[in-house]
Design a protein around this ligand. Structure first.
Ligand code: NAD
Length: 482
């Protein structure tokens, strides 16, 4: 395998994939690396014209793709999976280059991303229908499953590979075609995945990738057209609301994977050392920029001092640096807006009386020191909004009832975590938390075969497992009278 980088200059695919051709649109936009601040590529800046071309190609491709057998689709997905793993190192470097995730962690993302393709390659063959008993002797009743149609998929920058494959795997397995619009900050990984799809023998128009610097006009083309039968979105709650509203006009199927505000509850009986390591795994991966990262660490008062001291030591040891270096643990924030939000949250907490036991300051460029805030109170911004940065606010609690109420006191409901060795408490608290995903002594619960998704304003629909496939299928009922 040849390396696609020469220093930090990218020499891979930068054109949007429309039909089976990578095309440079009339305009391009500059992509800069968040770690160096330097331009790394000029990417096709698609507009309405390219969106219409992709739309027609998707509709044309659906007519034949939907008729392929599950075995054909499965075999193609399996080939694609193998190619993704073949190129895992270069894809990981691409992720590190374009959005700043440390390359060792990015390699984990590539494998996680590939696991969705593998799992849905298998599951494609298990889209079973049902035969229903009838109360009439002359009738036979059947329920069968079919692809919903062409899909518009919009993904965020924080998992440039995994958020794409978590949609593409089930959609393609079901027999849908997909127009993927990656985030403007991270188009290169999506283009690389699409290149590998073509190399695997993926037919023209089944996956297309529309890159652009302004998503609004491009998205309008797909959202307004009734032939696009589904939108699947991962991103902020604010944008999810807009896209849901826009999709209402043509009554599309809608899946929304939106923002989170995950509580991480450590009870007095927890293994403190392990809970500290798990906060690091949960909070500080991707510099705190994941939807399931904890945003608020609740610690029972009698272990607060020991826990905060140990957490501060562990956080101070995290290695901040160039995401392309294998030993780096914390990279930059993705952009200036992301950095500004982290700074604002920390400044607000410090002004309102919190203290930074470690970190608390911006570094050069888009880097921010890994930070632990103590003396945090519920009125601070960090306790109400997703910070999306390497900041762990620690807050004390006294009783189980109090912490459950505090954990649920948010419009979000994506992921929540609790640490305890007490089985009865584990069951009580798990059942009381109003979240779609619970990590019980587990900081990283997500896996391809399990349902991933939120409730309340974290969205609706599920990705992963058979639930993820159902999002791309409709049920047809046939009643046959003999
Ligand atoms: P974002 O909502 O700003 O952007 C996400 C995508 O939407 C991008 O592709 C962007 O180009 C597009 N977009 C933005 N405005 C649009 C508009 N008006 N019309 C059409 N498309 C538009 O989010 P982000 O900053 O890229 O990602 C971070 C957010 O994503 C966080 O809130 C995070 O919690 C959430 N997220 C959720 C999950 C999940 O599975 N629930 C996973 C990862 C990230």
């Amino acid at each position: 395998m040849t390396d696609i980088f020469s220093g930090q200059i990218f020499s891979g695919q930068t054109g949007a994939l429309i039909g089976d051709t990578f095309t440079q649109a009339a305009q391009q936009y500059a992509l800069t690396s968040p770690s160096s601040g330097k331009e790394i590529a000029r990417v096709a800046d698609c507009g309405v014209l390219e969106a219409h071309q992709a739309l027609e190609a998707s509709i044309a491709a659906f007519a034949t793709w939907r008729k392929t057998t599950a075995y054909e689709r499965s075999s193609l997905l399996r080939k694609w999976f193998n190619l993704i793993l073949r190129d895992e190192q270069s894809i990981a470097r691409l992720i590190a280059l374009e959005m700043g995730k440390p390359v060792t962690e990015a390699l984990g993302e590539v494998r996680y991303a590939a696991s969705f393709i593998e799992w849905y390659a298998e599951e494609a063959k298990r889209v079973y229908g049902e035969v229903l008993p009838s109360q009439f002797g002359h009738k036979r009743l059947f329920a069968t499953k079919h692809p919903v149609g062409p899909v518009y998929a919009v993904t965020p920058w924080n998992f440039p590979a995994a958020m794409a494959t978590r949609k593409l795997g089930p959609a393609l397995a079901a027999g849908c075609t997909v127009i993927l619009k990656p985030a403007e900050q991270s188009p290169l990984t999506a283009l690389k995945l699409a290149e590998l799809w073509l190399e695997a023998g993926g037919p023209q128009g089944v996956i297309q990738v529309i890159t652009c610097s302004d998503p609004v006009a491009v998205s309008g083309v797909f959202l307004d057209d009734p032939r696009v039968r589904k939108i699947t979105f991962t991103g902020s709650t604010e944008v999810g609301r807009i896209l849901t509203r826009q999709s209402a006009e043509t009554l599309k199927r809608v899946s929304m994977e939106l923002g989170g505000h995950a509580p991480f509850i450590v009870f007095e009986d927890a293994d403190i050392d392990r809970a500290v390591q798990d906060v690091i795994a949960c909070k500080f991966r991707n510099a705190g920029q994941t939807c399931v990262c904890t945003n608020r660490v609740y610690v029972q008062r009698n272990i607060l001092e020991e826990f905060t001291a140990k957490l501060s030591v562990a956080v101070a040891a995290l290695r901040v640096g160039d995401p392309l270096i294998a030993s780096t643990q914390i990279g930059p924030l993705v952009d200036a807006q992301g950095l500004a939000k982290v700074k604002a949250h920390v400044a607000d907490a410090l002004t309102l009386g919190a203290t930074a036991s470690v970190g608390g300051h911006a570094l050069e460029g888009l880097f921010f020191e890994p930070t632990v805030l103590s003396g945090v109170t519920a009125d601070m911004l960090v306790m109400r909004e997703e910070t999306f940065g390497p900041v762990a606010p620690v807050i004390a609690f006294d009783s189980e009832a109090e912490v459950i109420a505090a954990a649920n006191d948010t419009p979000f409901g994506l992921a929540a975590y609790l640490w305890t060795k007490d089985l009865a408490r584990a069951v009580r608290v798990t059942e009381s938390l109003e979240y779609g995903i619970i990590g019980l002594n587990d900081p990283v619960p997500s896996t391809a075969q399990a349902p991933f998704g939120g409730i309340k304003q974290s969205g609706f629909g599920r990705e992963g497992g058979h639930w993820g496939l159902d999002e791309y299928l409709y049920v047809k009922y046939v009643s046959m009278a003999l």
